[in-house]
Design a protein around this ligand. Sequence first.
Ligand code: T5A
Length: 222
Amino acid sequence: MAPEAPGSSTPEAPAGPGRFITLEGGEGAGKTTLSRALAAALAGAGLPVLRTREPGGAPGAEAVRGLILGQGPWDPVAEAMLHFAARREHVARTIAPALEAGIWVVCDRFADSTLAYQGAGQGLSRAVWEGLCDLALGPLRPELTLVLDLPPDRGMGRALSRGDANRYEMQGPEFHARVRAGFLAIAEAESGRCAVLDAAARPEAVLAAALETVRARLGGLA
Ligand code: T5A
């Protein structure tokens, strides 16, 4: 369902006909690679697709991304609020209009990343995360979340091979182990929405598993 529009007093907007898929996982798990391939496959099947990412995905949200990744350290609640401020802009300006227009949205990271990184990783309470979800997203939640699971040392090896580590990538192995466990706990608790994919597989195999899951859970693909 679409979120409440900024400034609107209507708590719940009507559901849009588009489909909302999110990709989640730790550093270097292959989300960007999969989002490109998945969006291309959906478009190849004749579906209207929008590929987007967090933090970012709208002009204001991209500006907040610069604050989150370029500055800090932040107080953990302030950091979570920055992620949700960016997310609210992203939803209001990009995701909700696309869903309302019948577009399939493939989003690289979403609210589960805040629960895994700021919650499991940095100690933010689930109650605060839930409050921020309700405030920023209204009833909007992804229909399908693909969790790319990979041992953190392998993912970090992939991410660091690009040579431009961000603030989160520079955290120690215990942090990344907690983030991985956080994503797996989310997937286990919400198995109807989430599917865990083996991100150690070759990119073509990860795409095949993703497409099989999309077909099984959402339909709409030949
Ligand atoms: N964050 C974000 C929070 O803390 N809270 C939040 O709420 C949100 C939304 C964003 C950072 O912000 C944090 C998490 C992040 O640290 P970012 O720069 O957007 O940072 O980076 P990430 O989202 O982490 O994405 P990465 O670019 O690090 O990794 P990806 O997208 O998972 O991986 P990808 O596809 O770029 O691949 C990395 C490398 O591996 C290769 C690719 O070719 C590439 O070289 N690769 C594979 N190699 C072998 N087998 C495969 N299957 C492969 N797939 C990809």
